[in-house]
Design a protein around this ligand. Structure first.
Ligand SMILES: [Zn+2]
Length: 100
């Protein structure tokens, strides 16, 4: 499912919808100001339907779909890190040890 998230200049969310007509109505009724629309896919996490997603890729750079932050951290079925030799590099660059 595709979501449209519309924010105003202060970055406040004005509308989140997956409905084209609703987006059209909103845009037609806009007054002055600058608005930003971000198009996202609904989260692929199991049991999650969040619209606040990012496009994700595994360690090898292969696109894996849209996941929200909580699902990416806790519920992501693909490799985020390079686990070769029992060590890896976290997303922030910190070396991590994996014991298994
Ligand atoms: Zn999610």
């Amino acid at each position: 499912m595709i979501y449209y998230t519309v924010r105003d200049e202060q970055d406040n969310i004005q509308l989140i919808t997956s409905n084209d007509e609703e987006l059209k109505d909103f845009v037609e009724n806009l007054k002055n100001g600058t608005f930003h629309t971000k198009v996202t896919f609904s989260c692929k996490g199991r049991g999650c339907n969040s619209s606040d997603t990012e496009e994700r890729a595994d360690f090898h750079g292969i696109y894996t779909g849209a996941y929200c932050d909580p699902c990416y951290e806790n519920n992501y079925p693909y490799k985020k890190h390079d686990y070769t030799n029992g060590t890896g590099i976290a997303d922030d660059g910190t070396p991590i040890n994996i014991n298994y």
